[in-house]
Design a protein around this ligand. Structure first.
Ligand SMILES: [Zn+2]
Length: 233
């Protein structure tokens, strides 16, 4: 099953992911909302280190800015906000998946940089197969709840129509025109460098270091470069 899944799951996963993003996009369609809002789908941004990040959706409304990550997991999900990984239980088999909250945090970090930390940017993880119940994290929500969640959201933000337009334009100005293929190539390049012991940020040498919480991998150019990585189990 493990091997079969490896062979067959990948193309299915990509397709499922695309379908999931389409479903969220459809829910956020301007015609359906009776409020002024701007929606950016599939925004690719580059960070200071030349790495690209793909953001599924950014919804900008009077009552807030939402960075939305879409996931199409099918099984029962177990995890919390802080762990590196979640577990997906699917037909009695357990699979480790990356915690999407952490992924989205790095997206929000970039958005904050672009918007000069002027606004509160909210993380929302949307599960298109409506399997959020078990997780019990208030901003990890089912697709069917998305519209209501956004409508009722209140963090005391009020953005004027001009502000909405400005934010929208700023983000689009920073959009990278990079294809999905290049994005994946970029990630693979980083992984390759890590394996070779090369710092993916500055090209320095990765070293084993002793920290307060045990050993970790750090960069030889510290403190100039603060890249760190946990040691894989
Ligand atoms: Zn480095």
């Amino acid at each position: 099953m493990g091997l079969l899944r490896k062979i067959f799951k990948k193309p299915l996963n990509n397709l499922q992911g695309e379908i999931g993003e389409f479903k969220v996009k459809r829910k956020l369609n301007p015609l359906i909302f009776k409020v002024n809002h701007k929606l950016i789908n599939n925004l690719t941004l580059m960070d200071d280190f030349g790495h690209t990040h793909q953001i599924d959706h950014i919804e900008i409304r009077n009552n807030g800015i939402f960075c939305i990550e879409t996931k199409s997991y099918k099984g029962l999900l177990v995890g919390n906000e802080f762990s590196d990984n979640w577990t997906e239980i699917f037909y009695n088999k357990k699979y480790q998946i990356k915690n999407p909250i952490k992924q989205n945090k790095s997206h929000i970090y970039l958005l904050n940089q672009l918007l000069h930390y002027k606004y509160n940017i909210n993380s929302v993880i949307v599960l298109t197969n409506n399997n959020a119940k078990n997780l019990n994290i208030n901003y990890v929500i089912n697709l069917k709840k998305l519209k209501k969640y956004l409508k009722c959201f209140n963090d005391n933000t009020y953005l004027t129509d001009d502000e909405i337009n400005n934010i929208y334009n700023t983000l689009l100005e920073n959009k990278m025109n990079i294809s999905n293929k290049e994005h994946i190539k970029n990630i693979k390049e980083t992984q390759k460098n890590l394996k070779k012991g090369i710092c993916p940020r500055c090209g320095g040498t990765l070293l084993l270091r002793d920290g307060k919480y045990g050993k970790f991998i750090g960069c030889s150019n510290y403190p100039k470069c603060s890249f760190t990585k946990k040691i894989d189990n």
